[in-house]
Design a protein around this ligand. Structure first.
Ligand SMILES: *Cc1c(COP(=O)(O)O)cnc(C)c1O
Ligand code: SF4
Length: 323
């Protein structure tokens, strides 16, 4: 088994984010500024989901669920979110794929006919637009692959990048693919302050490709753990024609202790959101359970829910409080 350094992610902030922080956005500062005092680390595992050890058949690929594959195109991001689940890797060049790694991964995907859904992730696939464009060009040639998803946070980190030629080429590629098969772009958004005019412009460019936009959000202590903040975020998102998809409990990764929100508090918030917002503005509130995948967390509408006695999709008992 491999081990990982418990070092906290290096600080990397774009001029766009720096400006928002300078203008006074505390939620943005808390997400990207590295804190300079030491915290007690309660979680010792930096890879609790076993991505590296259990589910990676070839470099870059995580194959955990039979029909879908997560493909880490690189470990590069335009800025470093300090709560990143993959903080063990982000920022380095170790995740860069050689032409040979890409061939091996494509070979793996085409030989697994049960895989119809490929999620390009990382790192941020929009940060290596040329590689991502080439990979998409190859994936559409694999008949068994019907759906491509791309996770990104570049519209938040660096909206001006969408004016660069390589990103424009990637967008044109996506546009040509969406004429015959769906491309889902999963935008990582955590706070309404992230939806600046520039970011919305970048989002419009992605929407212009015909891709279907959805969001993923992580519950973060002192950043978005309130009904008001999340209501504002999800209302803004669905007003933009984007579907809020996931709202995750932050993974218990070593080094991320200060970001974790207690489950009970999260449940109260999501329960209240369900009462207030349109159905299509409510994301799926879930937790990524080591070895099990994403499990829905029961809300406050049912009496006497015992979080220590929940169930995964196979009926196995799961203790959500003590993972
Ligand atoms: C989240 C995830 C997926 C996608 O799962 P969905 O339930 O389809 O959203 C696939 N592979 C891995 C490793 C994941 O973490
Ligand atoms: S954009 Fe995603 S992968 Fe990159 S640092 Fe942020 S959370 Fe991690």
């Amino acid at each position: 088994m491999r081990t990982f350094d418990l070092t906290i992610l290096e600080e990397k902030i774009t001029p766009h984010l720096r400006r928002l922080i300078r203008q006074g956005s505390i939620p943005i500062g808390l997400q990207f500024k590295r804190q300079d005092f030491l915290v007690e680390e309660k979680f010792v595992n930096v890879d609790p989901l076993g991505e590296e050890t259990r589910y990676s058949p070839v470099k870059g690929i995580i194959h955990k669920f039979s029909n879908r594959i997560l493909w880490k195109v690189s470990y590069r991001c335009a800025a470093h979110c300090q709560f990143c689940t993959r903080s063990r890797q982000i920022g380095g060049s170790d995740g860069d794929l050689s032409a040979r790694d890409i061939e091996t991964a494509l070979q793996y995907i085409s030989s697994h006919k049960e895989v119809d859904d490929v999620i390009l992730s990382g790192g941020d696939p929009f940060v290596t637009p040329k590689v991502t464009k080439d990979i998409i060009g190859r994936l559409v040639q694999i008949e068994s692959v019907k759906v491509i998803r791309i996770g990104t946070r570049l519209p938040v980190h660096s909206p001006s990048s969408f004016k660069s030629e390589p990103v424009k080429h990637l967008l044109s590629k996506i546009c040509s693919v969406t004429k015959s098969q769906p491309v889902f772009v999963l935008l990582h958004l955590n706070h309404p302050d992230e939806l600046t005019v520039e970011t919305v412009e970048a989002i419009r460019l992605i929407q212009g490709t015909g891709a279907i936009l959805m969001t993923q959000t992580v519950f973060l202590n002192d950043i978005n753990d309130s009904v008001e903040v999340l209501a504002k975020l999800f209302i803004a998102v669905y007003h933009l024609g984007i579907i809020p998809h996931y709202l995750f409990h932050c993974d218990k990764v070593g080094g991320l202790e200060r970001f974790i929100v207690p489950l009970e508090k999260e449940r109260e918030i999501v329960t209240e959101l369900c009462k207030r917002l349109s159905g299509i503005a409510i994301p799926r509130y879930a937790i990524d359970v080591p070895g099990k995948g994403k499990i829905d967390i029961p809300l406050g509408f049912w009496e006497g829910v015992d979080l220590t006695n929940c169930s995964d999709y196979e009926g196995t008992t799961i203790n959500l409080v003590n993972l």
